[in-house]
Design a protein around this ligand. Structure first.
Ligand code: SF4
Length: 332
């Protein structure tokens, strides 16, 4: 077996330590970061970690196929819409392909036994290893001495004695070790996966309940603005600040119509069917979220509609409607 491994780098401390433990044993390490374009972990942190460790980092996008994992995970969800076991299986399959493509011998992760209730208990760790096709080739250096020896340990490529016995949720040992190694570039444990965030999870549930084939673009849009489901086939997103207004405009495309007021109000992105009734609702929502002192006093109101001038009368009343984030249950 080659003295070379692929290390999953998330930007967090544990994955950095796991990779460092391999370097300590003179094993070549190729970092791999799997990016979700809607935000998970932190790509910049992962890049900084890799730089600090002095290892190359391959950044790959999880792609639209990952959305099927979120839609129907075989092993269910965690606290939000996070399908952690299936997610890891999916990611480690990619890691396996990458490992084979660069002729590395095994894959290393920063998983710690018992640290996360859903994916880091012994049984899920075994399932992840088996279903990703990495049986015997998935090394978790931080907890390795508490787990079955892997092939690189059995073959003497990795010294098991120099691996660790970390377990549980406490991070004291990891922090002490980071300090002794001089590892500073890592994200805080509080940061992380948006799928675990309840507000994001609500919007994700709504997306999957209404879209047959959602895309990563639809997922990216869940990170922006206030979301209003106005009908089975239409959703409206309003920007909450100047930056989001600009970003929504950047997402204007076929099937995604942007309405931007010329006055100081929020831009709206209409997704799905955009008929006269939808335009009327959008107008009333924009009016609702325009500060009273900024509302023009006279009709017609001026807008840019997909880059072209568009005018409308002042709506009779603003639309008071809970956003998806505010609604208690949006799938009922
Ligand atoms: S927290 Fe998010 S990124 Fe991490 S395993 Fe779970 S679903 Fe995947």
């Amino acid at each position: 077996m080659e003295r070379k491994c692929v290390a999953m780098i998330s930007g967090g401390l544990d994955s950095a330590l796991a990779a460092r433990l391999m370097l300590e044993q003179d094993i070549a390490v190729a970092g791999l970061y799997l990016s979700m374009s809607w935000g998970c972990c932190e790509k910049e942190k992962a890049q900084a970690c890799a730089q600090e460790l002095g290892i190359p980092l391959m950044v790959l996008n999880v792609g639209d196929a990952y959305l099927d994992v979120i839609r129907s995970p075989k092993y269910g969800y965690g606290s939000g819409m996070n399908p952690c076991v299936d997610c890891r299986i999916y990611m480690f399959r990619i890691a396996k392909s990458y490992m084979e493509s660069i002729s590395a011998g095994f894959v290393v992760t920063g998983e710690v036994l018992g640290q996360r209730p859903m994916s880091q208990r012994r049984r899920p760790l075994d399932i992840i290893e088996a279903e990703s096709g990495l049986e015997g080739l998935l090394l978790r250096p931080l907890s390795a001495q508490l787990l079955e020896p892997t092939l690189p340990e059995l073959l003497g490529v990795v010294s098991r004695e120099r691996l660790l016995t970390f377990s549980g949720r406490s991070r004291h040992e990891q922090l002490a070790m980071a300090s002794s190694f001089g590892i500073r570039n890592h994200s805080t444990p509080a940061g992380g996966c948006l799928l675990t965030d309840e507000s994001f999870a609500q919007k994700t549930r709504d997306l999957f309940a209404h879209e047959q084939r959602p895309t990563t673009k639809d997922m990216e849009l869940l990170t922006l603005g206030r979301h209003f489901r106005t009908s089975l086939r239409t959703k409206i997103i309003l920007g909450r600040n100047a930056l989001e207004n600009l970003m929504l405009e950047g997402h204007s495309d076929s099937g995604y119509l942007c309405l931007r007021p010329v006055f100081a109000g929020p831009s709206a992105l209409i997704i799905g069917v955009c008929d006269e009734e939808t335009l009327g609702l959008t107008l009333r929502l924009i009016w609702r979220y325009t500060k009273e002192e900024k509302r023009p006093q006279e009709s017609p109101l001026q807008f840019w509609k997909d880059g072209l001038p568009w005018m409308a009368s002042i709506p009779e009343e603003p639309l008071e409607m809970p956003s998806l984030q505010e609604a208690k249950s949006i799938t009922q």
